[in-house]
Each structure stands twice: as C-alpha cells, then as structure tokens.
Design a protein around this ligand. Structure first.
Ligand code: ARG
Length: 463
C-alpha cells in the first residue's frame, strides 16, 4: 500500500496532527478497500437521490457519477493510490473524487455519514457474497444427489457410537448430508432478508435534516426497504452475526462430512477411494495418500466459529449508536465469507469423484451383525415380547461371534435352539438386502424410498 500526503480528515477541529502510530492503528483502508465497488455503488445511488430531491443539481450529479466511474476504473486497473492518511475506503474514494471533479465531489457527503455509509457497504457486500455462497452450496447439493442416485442400492453399515448398528444404503447416508445442506440454504436465505435492509439516511445516528427520499435510494440499490430506526441502523451488526452463525453451522456440517470421508478412506474402513486430485502424498512415506482437502475443511471450521464468537464479543457491550469498535467487524466477516465459499467449492468439485468401494461396504455390514434388530423384530412379529427377543438375539450374536459367522450364515437348526418361533423365512429378514428393503416408510433407508427422496429433492431444487 502506498501513502500520499493529504490533509487530515476533519482537520480544522484539530490543533495537532494525529500521532503517526495512531494513524496506522486506526486506519482500515488496508482491509476495507475490498468494499470499494459497493461504496461507489452506494454513492452513485445517494447522488442520484440527492439530485432528484433538489439537493444537488443534475450537473453536479453527473459530475459525481462520472468521477466515481473513473475512480472505479482506477481501482480496477490498479492505478488507484490508497492512502492511510485517508483512513478508510470511504474517505479515499471521496478524496480522489474531489481531486478529479472539484467542488461537486465535496457535496457528495451531504445528508449522510460514514456511519450509515459503512453499514450500507457491508450489507451490499454481504448480499453479494451470500449469493455466491448459495451458488456453490447448490453445486454441492447437486453433486451429492448425483452420487446418492448411483448408490441408492449400495449397502453399507450404518453406525451409532461408531459401532456397526444396522445396514443402510450409501445413498441414504448421502441424503442425510443433503438434508443438512437444505437447512443451511434456508438459513442463508433467511439471513439475507435481514441483510437486505438499507441503513443509508440514518446519517451519523439521528437522521438528516435534508428532505431525502430513502425509498428511492433503497430501490436503486435493490434493498427491500429503508431501515426503521436511525440509531439501530448505524449500530446494528446482527445481520453479520447471523451470517457468521449460518456459516459456522455449514462449516460444522462440512467438518462432519470431512470426518467421515477421512475415516472411510483409511485402510481400516476402506469404503471409498478419494480422487487423487484432492489428496497429497507424504514426503517420507511413499505409500501415503492423505485426504488433505477434507482435513483442511475440518480444520477451517474452527476459524469460522472463531469469527462468530469474535463478532458476538465485538457487539456485546456497545452502547448505541455507532462506535469505532465496529470497524473490527470486517476482517472476521470477510474471512468467514472467503473460507466458506472456498470450502463449499472444494467440496462441490470433489464429491463427484468419490468412488465407493461397494464390496467393502457390503462385507463390513455383514461382519457387524447389522441385522440383529431385524431378527428381534421378526420374533416380536411372531408373538415374543421385545425384551425377550432382545435376549434371544443376544445369544445368537454370541454364537456368531464365537464361531465367526454372521446371523444369516447360522443354519436354521442352530437358530432353533434359541427359539422355536424361528422358521426358514427368517433368512429373508436376516439378509442385508431384506433389512434395508423393509425400511420403506418415508425417511427410511430402503432403495425405493431413497430413490423417491432423491426425486423429491430434485423437484424442490428447481428454481
Ligand atoms: N472505517 C469505519 C468503519 O469501518 C467507517 C465509519 C467511521 N465512522 C466514524 N464515525 N469514525 O466502521
């Protein structure tokens, strides 16, 4: 960043120059220049409104808009000189505008303050980011649906306590991930409703004595409405906290997916093969293929939750209205959006290339006595009380363990010693296929149900 000599902001009030360290310490231009496009967009709308209500002449408005467009070009081309003497993005742009167009540039700030300006910029920025994030989230949802469709019939063990519990289909497991993302999407969309409200016009805190038309500015900027209370408008950062909360939940979900992918790709589970392009080798152990992308995503979930906590702590003791503390909202917010979008993108790119090792999944379900509950349910249907059935099946599992056989591999004659109620048809329930097929109610793991759930999800995703 380059610095240029410029007058101190509001310098007339001050007898002394700002301490050199304080100038650096209080400046935000290093990071808030990222909102330059939104700042210019907001200023163009503000100037347009000021001319409409007669505060600026049409000539002044046109000069301002022309100048701001030039500033935008300079920023895009990299020739714009950012200065910490001008403290933040807002003052930098206004100072350059005035350099370019003279007196009309000094009139732009009529009827507004940096307090409502910065609140407007952040909301415009966040609205844009949320739309980018939603696009990546939908890509990931689509990738999950496609993989689930390929594996609606693929049998794997379902776990509780990370112990084999009951057989499920891989498609069903993937659709659980999908459901988490459905809620995540709803949360982001809901948060966006509160992001999309316009603070401009609140000025420093009390509003302005100029006859501004806030509805017009809101419409020009695509906001749903002007905010209802000027004090609240300049101090409210709830929308950023809500976004960070929604982002933290998404990252928590991605972290859980990551944990499963990491476990499944280990030699001990060996359920999936991760795409080479998303893994790295070890510098010392030639055999290694490390699931770096899921590991990094799991790791990054921590920093996003950290940002949520930082934003909550930032706000918790602030009296109304604007306080300089609020300048600290940007870095956590920007990093939350960047991290989230990158993680979703990595996942959306990676998921289509995950290869399921279906035979290993199947054999693992078979080794874990996953159909023990099905045997108990079978006995209950034959008239046994569930607790007794639980006992009987426990004995059968013990025999299986001792003799190294799955329940479905123990002959009828041997099963009979545990209960006379057991007959030949039991084997249709003891197989993995029979077990999953029986769970065909809505929300169940049966292949036919999973296929229906995928079809319903695809319909719901249509724009
Ligand atoms: N850079 C400031 C921020 O990020 C802009 C608003 C400054 N307002 C003020 N009264 N100092 O919050």
């Amino acid at each position: 960043m380059t610095t240029v000599n410029s007058e101190k902001l509001s310098s007339a009030r001050f007898a002394e120059a700002t301490d050199a360290f304080v100038e650096v310490f209080t400046a935000s231009v290093d990071f808030d220049q990222r909102m330059a496009a939104q700042d210019i967009q907001g200023s163009i709308a503000h100037a347009t409104m000021l001319a409409k209500v007669g505060i600026l002449t049409d000539t002044e408005r046109d000069a301002i808009i022309g100048g701001l467009n030039q500033v935008q070009q300079e920023i895009l081309s990299g020739e714009f000189v950012w200065s910490i003497k001008q403290e933040d993005v807002h003052m930098n742009i206004e100072a350059r505008l005035t350099e370019l167009i003279g007196i009309a540039g000094k009139k732009l700030h009529t009827g507004r303050s940096r307090n409502d300006q910065v609140a407007t910029d952040i909301r415009l920025y966040l609205r844009h980011e949320i739309n980018q994030i939603l696009a990546q989230l939908v890509r990931l949802q689509t990738a999950i649906l496609d993989l689930a469709e390929q594996h609606a019939d693929t049998i794997m063990p379902g776990f509780t306590h990370l112990q084999v519990a009951q057989p499920i289909t891989f498609g069903h497991h993937l659709m659980a991930w999908f459901e988490m993302l459905v809620r995540d999407k709803e949360r982001l969309e809901d948060c966006c409703k509160r992001v999309n409200i316009m603070p401009l016009g609140a000025a420093a805190l009390a509003g302005t004595s100029y006859p501004i038309d806030r509805f017009m500015t809101a419409e020009l900027l695509g906001f749903s409405r002007p905010s209802a209370n000027s004090l609240d408008s300049v101090s409210d950062r709830d929308f950023a906290i809500e976004f960070a909360a929604a982002a933290s939940i998404i990252m928590m979900h991605l972290s859980r997916f990551s944990e499963e992918l990491i476990l499944w790709s280990s030699a001990q589970f060996d359920f999936i093969d991760m795409p080479d392009a998303f893994c790295t080798g070890s510098s010392i152990m030639p055999q290694k293929k490390n699931p770096d992308v899921p590991e990094l995503v799991r790791g990054k979930s921590g920093r996003v939750t950290g940002h949520l906590v930082a934003l909550l702590m930032l706000m918790k003791s602030q009296p109304l209205a604007y306080n300089k503390d609020n300048q600290e909202d940007k870095e956590p917010l920007f990093d939350t959006a960047d991290t989230l979008i990158n993680c979703l993108r990595a996942y959306a790119d990676m998921v289509p290339h995950i290869r399921a090792k279906t035979a290993n999944m199947y054999n693992s379900a078979k080794r874990g006595f996953a159909t023990a509950t099905d045997l108990a349910d079978y006995l209950v249907r034959k008239g046994m009380a569930f607790r007794d059935a639980h006992e009987v099946v426990g004995l059968a599992v013990r025999l299986g363990l001792e003799t190294g056989r799955d329940l479905s591999d123990i002959p009828l004659a041997e099963l009979h010693q545990f209960s006379g109620l057991i007959t030949e048809e039991v084997f249709t329930y003891l197989t993995l296929e029979g077990s999953v097929a029986a769970r065909k109610h809505i929300g169940g793991t049966a292949p036919e149900t999973v296929k229906k759930a995928i079809a319903v999800a695809r319909l719901a995703m249509l724009p």
